[in-house]
Design a binder for this molecule. Structure first.
Ligand code: FAD
Ligand code: SF4
Ligand code: SF4
Length: 385
């Protein structure tokens, strides 16, 4: 496929996968990443292996970075963003500018620093939008995040787990003995208009909890949940082991209060017939879900892309713009990679056809329907899958 160029926006696992898939077919790729480091969220996760690999998928990002950075057909522009952007009759013309956005927390992940000098202007035949997601900011929830030091998010816990010595309490550096995870923070929340299930956080919390238990078996871990989203082929076995190792409570705490010594008291009610219960924990981890990334509406407007009602991106194959990965809605690492390969296949089909025919391409698959909360028993899809 000579002389075709594609602009890929975002170098998370989705953007890296799409870029490598396109390069494999001879396409020249400009991969633009606003941060210093490549890999997106997944590059910030800890390995959750216990006595065996638990297939969290985090290490796939290392391979994806290695593949993209070693491919001469991929020109990487780290710490950059698309500036001016316009559509001509059959191409896109754009500039690439410095974004000035470093890695959150100041770290540098693998792949940082291999970037091309930004060209004054560039052009592309198609665009892959792989801008991913943001983790929900829980500051307005009644759990005291940002106020009580020992209330942290799942993403903050990932960073702690990567440190030598493992998870510590932010307030005093001690090893927490009683840990609570609160699921569905910022997801499945009608008040926020976030009706979607974020897909990853049940698996991520249970894997992290079992990793902590494997390192310090005396730790008592409670997981507060609405229901557990199944994940992966080995889910049933993993779930049964989790029930043995962890205390799973089907209730979402309403409030958190600070107690002496850095503890956090949670108030929760297990069903309408039970009285409110209190329990004190050394550390509370909020399983904050996914939201569309900041600035997506402005970027979409410049690309001429209409966002879905949820705020996530949809594809515009007739006009050569293909969203890929979690920018389309909550998805796991494996799903983001599969979606990116699908987007790359559609780009290749698009590049082979005149623009006027592109709209005849079959419709892109939508993310799984479980992104929305469906009343229990209403969906019959499982019966036929
Ligand atoms: C705490 C936590 C734990 C998780 N654990 C797991 C797990 O165990 N297993 C699992 O499968 N999934 C897990 N996930 C989900 C996983 O993070 C996502 O599935 C995955 O990161 C999606 O990849 P992506 O490339 O689509 O998006 P992202 O990882 O968000 O990557 C998007 C990239 O685009 C860049 N970008 C955004 N806007 C622009 C722009 N305008 N210009 C240039 N670049 C831009 C971003 O900087 C980022 O690098 C977890 C998520 C969180 C928050
Ligand atoms: S637990 Fe996750 S990061 Fe660790 S080896 Fe397995 S897939 Fe890789
Ligand atoms: S995966 Fe879904 S059900 Fe589980 S914590 Fe996340 S939003 Fe809630």
């Amino acid at each position: 496929m000579p002389d075709h160029r594609v602009l890929v926006i975002g170098a998370g696992i989705g953007g890296l996968t799409a870029a490598s898939a396109l390069a494999l077919f001879g396409v020249q790729v400009d991969l633009v990443e606003r941060r210093t480091a490549l890999g997106g969220h997944a590059a910030r996760f800890a390995c959750k292996a216990t006595d065996r690999c638990v297939k969290c998928g985090a290490c796939l990002v290392t391979e994806a970075i290695a593949a993209a950075t070693s491919d001469p057909r991929i020109r990487i522009h780290a710490e950059s963003r698309v500036g001016e952007f316009r559509r001509t009759s059959q191409r896109f013309e754009f500039t690439i500018e410095r974004s000035g956005e470093a890695m959150p927390g100041g770290g540098r992940a693998p792949g940082a620093g291999r970037d091309a000098a930004p060209p004054a202007a560039a052009s592309a035949d198609a665009v892959v939008l792989a801008a991913g997601f943001d983790a929900f900011d829980p500051k307005d929830k009644a759990y005291g995040h940002g106020v009580f030091p020992n209330v942290i998010t799942l993403l903050e816990m990932e960073q702690e787990l990567r440190q030598p010595g493992g998870l510590k309490r932010p307030s005093d550096g001690s090893a927490p003995q009683r840990i609570a995870f609160i699921q569905c923070v910022g997801s499945r929340d009608a008040k926020l208009g976030h009706l979607w299930c974020s897909q990853f956080c049940c698996g991520a919390a249970l894997r992290a909890a079992r990793r902590i238990k494997s390192l310090r078996p005396q730790t008592e871990i409670t997981v507060f949940y609405i229901d557990i989203q199944s994940f992966g082929r080995d889910f049933e076995t993993f779930y049964r082991q989790s029930q043995q190792d962890l205390r799973l409570i089907r209730a979402i705490p309403s409030e958190a209060f600070a107690v002496d010594g850095g503890g956090v008291r949670l108030i929760y009610t297990e069903g309408a017939l039970h009285p409110a219960t209190e329990a004190v924990f050394d550390l509370v981890v909020l399983s904050t879900g996914m939201v569309p990334p900041a600035g997506l509406d402005e970027l979409a407007a410049r690309l001429g892309l209409i966002l879905a009602d949820t705020g996530y991106a949809s594809r515009d194959p007739a006009n050569g713009i293909f969203a890929a990965g979690a920018v389309r809605g909550p998805m796991s690492i494996a799903d983001s990679m599969a979606d990116a390969r699908d987007a790359a296949a559609r780009v290749l089909a698009f590049l082979d056809r005149p623009w006027s025919l592109a709209e005849r391409l079959p419709a892109a698959p939508r993310p799984p329907c479980s992104h929305l909360v469906i009343p229990q028993g209403a969906c019959k899809a499982g019966d036929v899958r």
